[in-house]
Design a protein around this ligand. Structure first.
Ligand code: NAD
Ligand code: UDP
Length: 458
């Protein structure tokens, strides 16, 4: 009874238990399952080891002894039925309490079964993914996260572990997966330049093989799929602000290409599956996003500047700081992703906040908001760094009725508080520098070089 929860008395529990047992047509199961079962029951009947259904009710009603003969169901069957029913009732009770937030989980809505969706979020343990998972869970859906934990962290989703609506699958999207789902939010892919340049071959596999696998899944189970694409597909843009009809200016062999070209081909795959097979697709072109659960070592401008400023370390400008970015708060992005998924609009949609800053002025903003004593210093510019970026969000406004609600300053205040807490937990954080992703020497190349030197010597 302890399992039945504090709010339920013994009588209600017994009543629910009895109802669960009455729903189980034990006899029809036994007889219908197979002729083998029939033989077993006949054998038991002959040996006089079966009891009447009345015995079931008497045990459920609280009697402690079960008659051992003269009926048609054995004592062991009765006991296992009651045990199974008790487990079911306890699980139902726990689920009810969990939904209302009484077991320590954040509260979730109760949805009627015809509007409750089974949703897969790939990359759901990452920064954007985990914020999206929170929103989908609180709306009452069943959410499965598939994440290989490359840049994701278990702590981003730990508050849902064990919740009846939540599943965490630690796995890689480059492997096929068999699931039954209604919607797929495909976010799996490292997003910060140091992270995606750390292992460019893996990044390109994630975007290509990973997206193919998720499209294969969407096709098989007839699910709608949303791709988290990026403003990076516009490269170093010659059109400003960027509109969805602009085809971009990407260096296909530069250090950012593993990400940019990976996302471009992922978009191509989405529309090929739509045209050829009829898979329902949505494509979000996401512009720079910041907020709680950013990885402290992702080396992005928002995390680096805040972490540097909070510790009074030098704020590092790459280049002269005249390059621009436009920043959106993560809660706005989550609303946009959900609106896009549930809309009828299937062409690419920019999701971003058009509030544009030069990186140098952004450094001053962060310094002011954190009351920091940091110096602002200049480091060499990184290769192929886009010179300007700002979304045109007319398509989002007109077709999915979305526009950002958070100002950059409101979002930054929230994010600064998040990083203050991270600093408390971690002590010191050394921000990731521009060379963090420099490729390591490859063994085989060294061997080849050594062989070449030997040949030259001899
Ligand atoms: P993130 O690095 O925090 O999250 C990515 C998640 O994907 C991580 O949890 C990581 O472990 C997981 N992952 C990576 N490779 C995987 C693989 N092969 N299999 C399974 N899981 C894998 O990044 P984020 O900022 O949350 O970005 C999420 C998505 O949004 C990415 O697809 C990114 O390209 C896109 N996006 C983000 C931004 C932004 O500013 N944050 C901008 C444009 C696009
Ligand atoms: N940047 C910087 N200092 C840092 C980190 C980034 O000046 O410590 C610059 C970077 O060169 C780029 C901009 O900030 O011009 C945004 O970089 P980020 O890595 O956040 O994302 P990107 O938009 O380049 O993908």
């Amino acid at each position: 009874m302890g399992d039945s929860g504090p709010s339920e008395d013994k009588e209600t529990f017994c009543l629910r238990l009895r109802r669960v047992i009455q729903r189980r047509p034990i006899y029809s199961v036994l007889f219908a399952s197979s002729s083998f079962a029939l033989l077993v029951v006949l054998g038991l009947l002959q040996s006089g080891q079966l009891l009447t259904p009345g015995a079931v009710t008497s045990e459920v009603g609280g009697a402690t002894s079960v008659p051992s003969n003269g009926g048609i169901v054995s004592g062991a069957v009765v006991r296992s039925m009651v045990e199974a029913a008790m487990t079911e009732v306890a699980a139902q009770t726990r689920a009810e309490e969990t939904r209302t937030g009484r077991t320590g989980y954040p509260p979730v809505r109760t949805l009627p079964s015809n509007s409750k969706l089974r949703i897969l979020v790939t990359g759901g343990a990452g920064f954007v993914g985990s914020n999206l998972v929170d929103r989908l869970m609180s709306e009452g859906h069943e959410v499965t996260v598939l994440d290989n934990m490359f840049t994701g962290r278990k702590k981003n989703v730990e508050h849902w572990l064990g919740h009846p609506n939540f599943n965490l699958v630690v796995g890689d999207v480059v492997q096929p997966i068999m699931l039954e789902v209604d919607h797929i939010y495909h976010l799996a892919c490292p997003a910060s330049p140091p992270h995606y340049q750390y292992n460019p071959i893996k990044t390109i596999k994630t975007s290509t093989e990973g997206t193919l696998n998720m499209l294969g899944l969407a096709k098989r189970v007839n699910a709608r799929m949303l791709l988290a694409s990026t403003s990076e597909i516009y490269g170093d843009p010659e059109v400003h602000p960027q509109v969805e009809t602009y085809w971009g200016n990407v260096n296909s062999i530069g250090p950012r290409a593993c990400y940019d070209e990976g996302k471009r081909v992922a978009e191509t795959m989405m529309y090929s599956y739509q045209r050829q097979i009829g898979v329902e697709v949505r494509v979000a072109r996401i512009f720079n996003t910041f907020g709680r659960r950013m990885h402290p070592n992702d080396g992005r401008v928002v995390s680096n500047f805040i972490i540097q400023a909070l510790q009074n370390k030098d704020i590092t400008l790459y280049g002269d700081g005249s390059q621009t970015r436009s920043f959106q708060f993560v809660d706005d992005l989550v609303s946009g992703l959900i609106k896009l998924m549930n809309s009828n609009y299937s062409l690419p949609v920019n999701l971003g906040n058009p509030d544009e800053y030069t990186v140098a002025s952004f450094a001053h903003t962060i310094k002011r908001l954190t009351n920091s004593q940091s110096r602002i210093i200049k480091l060499p510019a990184t290769e192929d760094d886009p010179r300007k970026r700002k979304p045109d969000i007319t398509v989002a406004k007109q077709n999915i009725h979305w526009s950002p609600e958070w100002t950059v300053q409101q979002g930054l205040e929230e994010t600064i508080n998040y990083f203050k807490q991270e600093l408390k937990d971690m002590g010191e954080i050394i921000p990731t520098g521009p060379l963090a992703s420099k490729p390591r020497p490859i063994k085989n190349n060294n061997n080849a070089a050594r062989k070449q030197q030997q040949q030259q010597r001899s």
